[in-house]
Design a protein around this ligand. Sequence first.
Ligand code: FAD
Ligand code: DHB
Length: 392
Amino acid sequence: MRTQVGIIGAGPAGLLLSHLLHLEGIESIVIERKTREEIEGTIKAGVLEQWVVDLLRETGVGERMMREGTFHGGIELRFNRKGHRIPIEELTDGKRVTIYAQHEVLKDLIAARLQAGGHIIFNVGDVTLHNIDTSAPKIRFRQDKIGEFQEISCDFIAGCDGYHGPSRSYIPNRKEYLKMYPFGWLGILTEAPVSAPELVYTHHERGFALLSTRTPWIQRYYIQVDPNDNLSNWSDDRIWTELHARVETTDGFQLTDGPIFQKNIVAMRSFVCETMQYGRLFIAGDAAHTVPPTGAKGLNLAAADVLKLSQGLVQYYETGKTDRLNGYSEACLRRVWRAEHFSWFMTTMLHPDPTQSQLEKKLQLAQLEYTVSSRAAATSLAENYVGMPIDW
Ligand code: FAD
Ligand code: DHB
């Protein structure tokens, strides 16, 4: 097989890159380890920054999102059993966040690529990269995991294969920065009506809790748990008891329960790989950097990377110039470190760490108190939460 850009991974980074390149007349082939059904059924992110929503709309894949998404002009920070609204829209000149599930974005991108004759190969195995320091790199893989080896010859490889994918390991002399947090999130989907008008991020002595939403009838809730805990320890009853205890307020907030139809536990890490390129290989999204989910930044950062990568590739194919491609990593990393800091800040402020001292607990509450009572502090949170300008 021959194409211009070989893309490893059909997550948000890989599929959006393939879509953006197609609109510029650049061919790509996407290979993906999972099946299409698995990709379209994996529950992850929910919050999209304003510029990502604009990009999806402008590039023709935002129609269902605009119909089925939920649009919020604020979030609530809840601590000491009291809620405080951060009026994001007012503090950011009218920007809002959109709640629309990651796997719905993926369904829309897959449908658009296939309709346009795009080539996505699902369920591949044994992926290896070759000749990336030449102008003729190759990707080898097995179709259906156990089939014959196949090869894609291309001009460039985009490693969009997430934190556990193989691409990053092909960058020699890379420097990796990693912090694991001593807690994780247990996420549920429940068939219940909305209990709060906007997302609620709660600091509670029993642990963090987050109330998010998917549709007026399906809610997405998270609670802080031990990252090594097992789902079998979490009966539906135990989850509801914990959620109720953490989000209750002194003014009688009511959380409505419902049947839980999906549960998972995710570990939390902050991770950055410098650099994000070597020869003809460029890595993007979680393959290059991971954030703890508290700031809702991961998917949005992946989109920013591939927008910049697509611009570099367009410049190369239109003019033969490589300055944008050469500057790819540097252009991405400024935004990446900003989002890393914001995600670490939100995580550290909102999660009582099982190992923290009484002093650190007091510092968390002091930071929360400042964030909700100072317009300057609230504006800083709001600016980061809706997403820094794309040229940041
Ligand atoms: P991935 O989504 O990890 O995609 C990589 C793809 O590559 C996968 O499909 C994988 O199967 C494939 N792959 C791996 N290895 C191979 C291989 N060898 N060969 C072929 N394919 C391979 N982000 C936000 O912006 N907003 C949020 O609200 C938000 N909430 C979150 C909540 C939770 C609970 C979690 C877990 C994450 C959340 N995130 C959020 C983060 C977001 O989901 C990720 O940052 C995003 O999925 C990254 O996209 P990606 O394409 O870089 O990587
Ligand atoms: C969701 C995920 C997040 O990480 C977050 O900060 C807010 C909402 C969600 O899945 O809805």
